[in-house]
Unconditional design. Structure first.
Length: 463
């Protein structure tokens, strides 16, 4: 029987385990922190659960425009909406625990063996697991998959204390609503937390070392988001680099390199990620690491060591749970001789869970402007969409990118409520090489937000 050993139980690990087990392999998962990894326990599931509460707050704050007013028990108009952050965080952690348990049950149904311990390679075809009691167990394997993830990056000048100076993994232990919050880092993680806590009614300052929020995303989308955040009261410090973060009692001070000091009750550090690849025996097994300590892989998840694959954030390919899962599935399909399509990052859809959300797929406006691809771009504001008007939505747009000769859709951006759902028809078009005319020819519900996607496609029609 084919023996597969997987080190790490995140999306790259448990999805590959399912593929291998369903194909008849003998599968062992060596996991340290809990099935689901950071995606389920400390990152995606918790943060998006928190954001779900913040979205509700946004909807409630705009309810009067739709004719809904709140009153207290005496019949007077209610003047404020407050969040119980302790209850929110209890729900966050419970949902994460439940999801991890669901994954465990699924793997057990497929006869996957789960070993609680820290795994490391002892050559390319053997994994040694150091168990919780200190003992060791060795596993010989025909294939090994490394899926150890990544951890929040910290700096000596900004050391988290888990109480008021926090990484994004530590925010769910807060029991009281912060009086004032500083978020350092304006990438996806920083923007999501800044947007979420602002929506919960917290005074938020966002420190960005770049010209704008979300420097890696579509410039038009980032511009809409930054405008909305500022309109709602967020202070955005652009071109501002953090020098240090210190704490004195209940006061946290963020010092910038220009000497400016920002005081707050709490600070969230969103400084990027570092791969969990140290002390795994990778170099000794012949696994080459890239700059930053990430595991180098090809498009079918192979490392430089024969029979050793890697998936997820530890590869640094694209830090998304969906990409980790796809890398893991591809790895096992390749190892087991199944039909496999190499990873194509130009077909990956992603989402920034801010308010409004920003969803993207395929080629970008930046690539078009830089001459990397010849394409036509059309952008259609949501403000003219009838469903958007009904729901009081003014901010957002749909953008489509298509090839000028064939009319094939090669990219798209959606900015607005539930953009993570609205991007799917565009992702299907990109994935299946549909033309703008084909996308425009599909019936949409009236009225609906998706109507703007079809309308944008119609505007790309050429006689």
């Amino acid at each position: 029987m084919n023996r597969v050993v997987i080190v790490g139980g995140g999306p790259g690990g448990y999805e590959s385990a399912l593929v291998a087990a369903q194909a008849g392999a003998e599968v062992t998962v060596v996991d340290t922190d809990g099935l689901g990894g950071s995606a389920v326990l400390t990152d995606c599931v918790p943060s998006k659960t928190l954001i779900a509460t913040s979205e509700l707050m946004i909807e409630l704050s705009g309810s009067s425009e739709l004719g809904v007013n709140f009153q207290d028990t005496e019949g007077d108009a209610a003047t404020s909406i407050r969040v119980d952050l302790s209850r929110v965080n209890q729900r966050v952690k419970q949902l994460a625990t439940d999801q991890s348990a669901d994954i465990l049950r699924r793997l057990e149904r497929e006869d996957v063996r789960i070993v609680r311990g820290r795994g490391r390679l002892e050559g390319p075809q053997r994994v040694v697991a150091t168990l919780d009691d200190g003992s060791e167990e060795r596993f010989d394997a025909d294939a090994v998959l490394i899926a150890t993830g990544a951890a929040p990056r910290t700096l000596p000048s900004a050391v988290p204390d888990g109480e008021r100076i926090l990484t994004w993994e530590q925010v769910y232990d807060i029991t009281e609503v912060p009086e004032k919050l500083v978020v350092v880092g304006s990438g996806v993680t920083g923007a999501e937390f800044a947007s979420a806590y602002l929506s919960l009614g917290i005074d938020v300052t966002l420190v960005s070392s770049r010209d704008r929020v979300l420097p890696g995303e579509d410039a038009d989308a980032a511009g809409v988001l930054e405008e909305v955040l500022k309109r709602r009261g967020m202070k955005v410090l652009s071109r501002s680099r953090m020098e240090s973060v210190t704490r004195s009692g209940d006061v946290v001070t963020v010092r910038l390199t220009d000497g400016t000091e920002v005081e707050a009750s709490h600070c969230i550090l969103a400084l990027g990620s570092v791969p969990n690849t140290s002390d795994l025996g990778l170099d000794e097994a012949g696994v080459r690491l890239k700059d930053g300590g990430f595991v180098g892989v090809d498009r079918v998840s192979r490392t430089t060591a024969r029979g050793v694959y890697a998936a997820g954030d530890c590869t640094g390919v694209l830090m998304l749970a969906s990409v980790a899962a796809m890398q893991g599935r591809i790895a096992m399909q390749h190892h087991l001789g199944d039909a496999v399509l190499p990873l194509d990052l130009k077909k990956v859809s992603s989402n920034v869970f801010t308010s409004p959300e920003i969803a993207t797929v395929g080629w970008t406006q930046q690539a078009v402007d830089a001459g990397e691809i010849q394409a036509e771009v059309v952008m259609l504001p949501l403000s003219g969409n009838p469903r958007a008007k009904m729901q009081g939505v003014r901010d957002g747009f749909v953008k489509l990118v298509c090839r000028p000769g064939t009319g094939i859709i090669v990219g798209g951006v959606v900015v607005g409520p539930r953009a993570s759902e609205l991007i799917h028809p565009v992702a299907v078009a990109v994935g299946e090489s549909l033309t703008a005319d084909q996308l425009a020819g599909v019936f949409t519900v009236y009225p609906s937000m998706t109507g703007s996607i079809a309308e944008a496609a119609r505007r790309l029609h050429r006689v």
